[in-house]
Write a protein that binds this ligand. Structure first.
Ligand SMILES: C[S@@+](CC[C@H](N)C(=O)[O-])C[C@H]1O[C@@H](n2cnc3c(N)ncnc32)[C@H](O)[C@@H]1O
Length: 441
C-alpha cells in the first residue's frame, strides 16, 4: 500500500488555500523556539506555528486573544509578538508560573545583575537537606545527595533575593526548567519515573542552572523590539468558569486536553516536589487532589454524565469500563467550557481548537466530531477543519497502550453565531496510515 503524501509547509498558508478536510504536514526543520518559547518544557505543547497562523488569520493588532487551556503559554507569546492583548487560563499553577515568566515585561538588566549575584552566592551543596514537598518519601530515588544539596542552595538563594516579583518568577522558572534533566528520572519520555534498565548520568546542577539562566536571559533579547509587557493577564482558574467579562474576546485559540490525555501535573512531578510550596501545593495530598481537577484526567470527577449530543458519535459501551467515567467527565467538562466560551467571545468571531483524534482497539474515536457537536449546541458553527501531522520533537515514543495513539491533530475553526443551536456539519474522517518511522503524538 502506498503512503499518502501531504503538502508540506514551514508556515501554514491562508485558510482559503487549505481544503476542508485536507491533511497537511508541518515541517519542523525551521526553528520552533524563537522568543521565550523554549524557556521550559511542557506536555503537549503547541508548535508556535499553529497559534501564529490563527492569530494572523483571524484577528487584528490591538484585539484580545484568549487561550482557556493555555499550558505553558505558547499562544500568549505569539499574541504578544503580534501586538495583541491576551488572557491565559489554566488550572495548573506550574503552567501559570511558566506562562508568566514567558510573557512578563522582564527587566533584562535586573536579571543580569541577579545572575551575577547568584553566581557569587550559589557556591556549595547544603548539608542539612530537607524535602521541599511534605509527604514525598525517598527523595534520593529522584536526586543524588550532591544534586539535592546544590538545588536546595540555588532555590534558597533565589527565594532570599531582594528583587522584583517578575524577576523571581523568571528565576524560579529557569530553576524548574533544569530539574528533570539533573534528576535521576528518565528524560526521554514525559512520564516521571526512574528507569531501572537505562541508568542515567545526570549533569551537575550548578553549571546546568547557570547555562540555562544565560540562555533564558538571551532569549529575552530575541524578542527585541517586540512588546513583552502588561498586555497579558494570566488566571489560575478553570476553563469551565472563566474570570472573563461577557463578549470581551476577539479570538479564542487553544488546544484543550485530549480525551485520556497526559496527566500534566504528574508529568511535572519533580518540578512540583521543588516548587509545590511556592505554587500553593505544599504536600503530596494536595498535589493528588489538584491532579483530579484537570479535564481529560483518568481519575477526574466521576459524577458527570455524557452530554446527549455526544452519544451519536461515541457509545460508552464501546469503551472499556476503566475509561467510561473519564470519557463522560471529559465531554461534560467540555460542554461547560463551550457554554463559557460562547459567553466571553464576541458574536461573529472565531474559536480555533486543536485536538487529536484518538485510536482505540475498536477504531478511531471521533472526539473532534463530538466536540464540534457539543460546541454547536452553544451556538458555534463549523467554518473550517484540516489535519496536520508533525514529528514532535519532545515526545520521542509513540503513545501506545491503554490511552490509544493520537495519529494527527485537527485544526477546527468555529464561529460564534451568538444564538441557540448552530447548524451542524460533520468533519471528514480520512483513513490515516502512518509510515513505520512516523512518530505518533
Ligand atoms: C494540551 S495542554 C495545553 C498546552 C499549551 N497549548 C502549550 O502550548 O503549552 C492542555 C492544558 O489544559 C489544562 N487544563 C486541564 N483542565 C483544565 C481546566 N478545567 N481549566 C483550565 N485548564 C485546564 C492543563 O493543565 C494543560 O495545561
Amino acid at each position: 500500500m502506498t503512503l499518502p503524501t501531504y503538502r508540506s509547509f514551514e508556515d501554514l498558508p491562508p485558510q482559503t488555500e487549505i481544503g476542508f478536510g485536507e491533511i497537511v504536514a508541518i515541517n519542523l526543520s525551521s526553528h520552533t523556539s524563537p522568543f521565550t518559547h523554549g524557556l521550559h518544557r511542557y506536555p503537549a505543547k503547541f508548535i508556535p506555528q499553529i497559534p501564529r497562523w490563527a492569530i494572523n488569520e483571524l484577528s487584528r493588532p490591538g484585539e484580545v486573544i484568549l487561550d482557556p487551556f493555555m499550558g505553558s503559554g505558547t499562544s500568549l507569546v505569539e499574541a504578544l509578538v503580534a501586538d495583541r492583548y491576551a488572557h491565559g487560563i489554566d488550572l495548573d499553577p506550574l503552567a501559570c508560573l511558566i506562562a508568566k515568566a514567558k510573557t512578563a515585561r522582564n527587566d533584562r538588566e535586573e536579571l543580569r545583575h541577579l545572575h551575577a549575584r547568584l553566581a557569587n552566592s550559589v557556591l556549595r551543596e547544603e548539608e542539612n537537606l530537607f524535602v521541599p514537598m511534605d509527604g514525598v518519601k525517598n527523595f534520593e530515588h529522584w536526586f543524588s545527595r550532591a544534586t539535592w544539596g546544590t538545588l536546595q542552595n540555588i532555590r534558597n538563594n533565589i527565594l532570599a533575593l531582594d528583587c522584583s516579583e517578575s524577576s523571581r518568577v523568571f528565576l524560579l522558572c529557569v530553576f524548574s526548567s533544569i530539574l528533570r534533566r539533573v534528576s535521576n528520572a528518565d528524560d526521554q519520555t514525559q512520564k516521571t519515573y526512574v528507569s531501572g534498565t537505562l541508568r542515567k548520568n545526570p549533569p551537575a546542577a550548578r553549571p546546568a542552572f547557570f547555562r540555562a539562566l544565560e540562555r533564558a536571559i538571551n532569549s529575552l533579547d530575541t524578542v527585541g523590539s517586540k512588546r513583552m509587557d502588561t498586555h497579558v493577564r494570566i488566571h489560575q482558574a478553570s476553563a469551565t468558569a472563566m474570570p472573563i467579562t461577557d463578549r470581551s474576546i476577539d479570538l479564542i485559540v487553544t488546544s484543550p486536553p485530549y480525551l485520556d490525555s497526559v496527566d500534566y501535573m504528574y508529568n511535572m512531578m519533580v518540578e512540583y516536589f521543588w516548587l509545590g510550596d511556592v505554587l500553593g501545593i505544599p504536600n503530596r495530598r494536595d498535589f493528588n487532589e489538584a491532579r483530579r481537577l484537570s479535564v481529560g484526567g483518568k481519575k477526574s470527577q466521576s459524577n458527570l454524565t455524557l452530554p446527549s449530543c455526544v452519544s451519536e458519535y461515541i457509545d460508552l459501551n464501546d469503551l472499556p469500563d476503566y475509561r467510561k467515567a473519564a470519557a463522560a467527565s471529559y465531554f461534560s467538562s467540555m460542554d461547560n467550557h463551550f457554554r463559557e466560551a460562547a459567553r466571553v467571545l464576541k458574536t461573529g468571531r472565531n474559536y480555533v481548537l486543536v485536538i487529536g483524534n484518538s485510536q482505540t482497539e475498536k477504531g478511531q474515536l471521533p472526539v473532534h466530531d463530538a466536540l464540534v457537536s457539543i460546541a454547536s449546541t452553544h451556538g458555534f458553527s463549523l467554518q473550517h477543519a484540516f489535519g496536520y501531522r508533525i514529528r514532535r520533537h519532545y515526545m520521542k515514543f509513540p503513545r501506545k497502550g491503554r490511552g490509544g495513539i493520537i495519529l494527527m491533530d485537527w485544526v477546527i475553526v468555529l464561529k460564534n453565531e451568538g444564538r441557540g443551536l448552530a447548524p451542524l456539519r460533520r468533519l471528514p474522517m480520512p483513513e490515516i496510515m502512518i509510515s513505520p518511522d512516523a512518530v505518533a503524538h
